[in-house]
Ligand binder design. Structure first.
Ligand code: ATP
Ligand code: MG
Length: 358
């Protein structure tokens, strides 16, 4: 099971696929589809540049499981927003497949798409706009009004959302009298009002200062604990990604370079570009006891036990204080290995090296 604390467990086998895309391309420019067809669906950056086309998303494939927080990362211009918009068909993909609950989204009619977006999808886009003449409560209730939900019912629902995002007491405020962080919360509450199954968040916290940003991350995790949405979340910030993610996809020049748990990306980066992204990460927050453990051996002189998915940071002080190994146990409590204080110190000191056990 994925956890809202971003445990980074691989959920790919465990849960049904909610959303998927395969070989998805978005090329901007005249006759992009014809160009791709002539190229047999393959085009390098150079091919595209020579044809004066922009390959915003190139041959992207991903699957997002139900209840997962799936993060898309990459430098500015790498295609994150375009990919996200293709997944909801706010931007029409040039070629490829997008599936929602196994259904081919690119075959849906315009009106079916509008219905799907209204009822199944919630979105907080990079440039989200609150409606200035409407109060906080009315802004949040707005998508329900669009759905045709009655006034009493939509205001009651909006009030629930106000409480969820911690804005109680500000229902009657207008957007202009809210701080940036409060406005973000209204945007988030509004996107959740319709109880979407799929929640798209494009850098929802990037405009916030670090303190509010951390609060909002905690709030997102708290919301996810309660609501269990399937979330696709874009961020530039790897620390934010590892805090929130079940899995992360890293994009470069329109391509998905690697998809994996935060731990996968840190321990086995597929390219130098991925390694660069993960370089500043506090490894103790990402690496788990299971990754560090050694075979049990003969000795059973353990000072304690940790679950194999426990992050090093969560037991570092205890094991170093004890000065003796801990048993690493599986979900059933059976010892499957041992982790030593030395291995933990090596991680804390950043001298364990990618993929190695100290
Ligand atoms: N409507 C458009 N027409 C032409 N090119 C576009 C269009 N929209 C996006 N692009 C180009 O596609 C590429 C990817 O843009 P996109 O907005 O997806 O990047 P991003 O990863 O979200 O960047 P950022 O982190 O800055 O938000 C960029 O080179 C951009 O200039
Ligand atoms: Mg963007």
């Amino acid at each position: 099971m994925p956890t809202a604390t971003g445990s980074g467990q691989d959920v790919s086998r465990a849960l049904p696929v909610k959303l998927a895309c395969r070989n998805l391309w978005k090329v901007f420019g005249p006759d992009a589809a014809g160009f791709l067809a002539r190229q047999s669906g393959k085009a390098s950056l150079t091919d595209l540049a020579e044809a004066h086309l922009v390959g915003a998303v190139r041959d992207a494939s991903l699957t997002v499981q139900e209840g997962e927080i799936f993060i898309i990362m990459g430098l500015s211009g790498s295609g994150k927003s375009t990919l996200l918009r293709c997944l909801s068909r706010l931007v029409e993909p040039t070629t490829g497949v997008v599936e929602l609950d196994g259904r081919d989204l690119l075959k849906a009619s315009r009106s079916e798409m509008i219905e799907l977006r209204r009822h199944k999808m919630g979105m907080v886009l990079e440039t989200f706009v609150l409606l200035p003449p409407l109060t906080v409560l009315q802004n949040i209730a707005f998508p329900l009004a669009v759905q045709g939900v009655g006034r009493a019912q939509r205001l009651a629902r909006a009030e629930e959302m106000v409480q969820l995002v911690g804005l109680s007491g500000r229902e009657g405020f207008y957007p202009r009298s809210l701080s940036g962080g409060q406005q973000q919360r209204v945007g988030i509450a509004r996107s959740l009002a319709t109880k979407p199954e799929l929640w798209f968040l494009d850098e929802p916290f990037s405009a916030l200062d670090p303190l509010i940003r951390r609060e909002m991350q905690a709030e997102l995790l708290r919301l996810q604990e309660a609501l269990r949405k399937t979330i696709v979340f874009i961020t530039h910030d790897f620390d934010e990604a590892i805090r929130l993610a079940d899995r992360i996809a890293i994009m470069k020049d329109g391509e998905i370079i690697q998809t994996g748990t935060p731990e996968d990306l840190v321990t086995n980066p597929a390219t130098d570009y991925v390694a660069e992204f993960t370089r500043e990460v506090q490894r103790a927050k990402v690496l788990s006891a299971g990754r560090l453990m050694q075979p049990l051996g003969g000795s059973a002189d353990f000072a304690g036990a940790v679950e194999s998915d426990a992050k090093v940071a969560s037991f570092a002080a205890a094991i170093i204080g004890a000065g003796r190994p801990f048993a690493v146990v599986d979900g059933a409590g059976v010892a499957v290995g041992a982790v030593t204080p030395q291995a933990v110190v090596a991680v804390l000191a950043g001298v364990d090296g990618p993929g190695t056990v100290a």
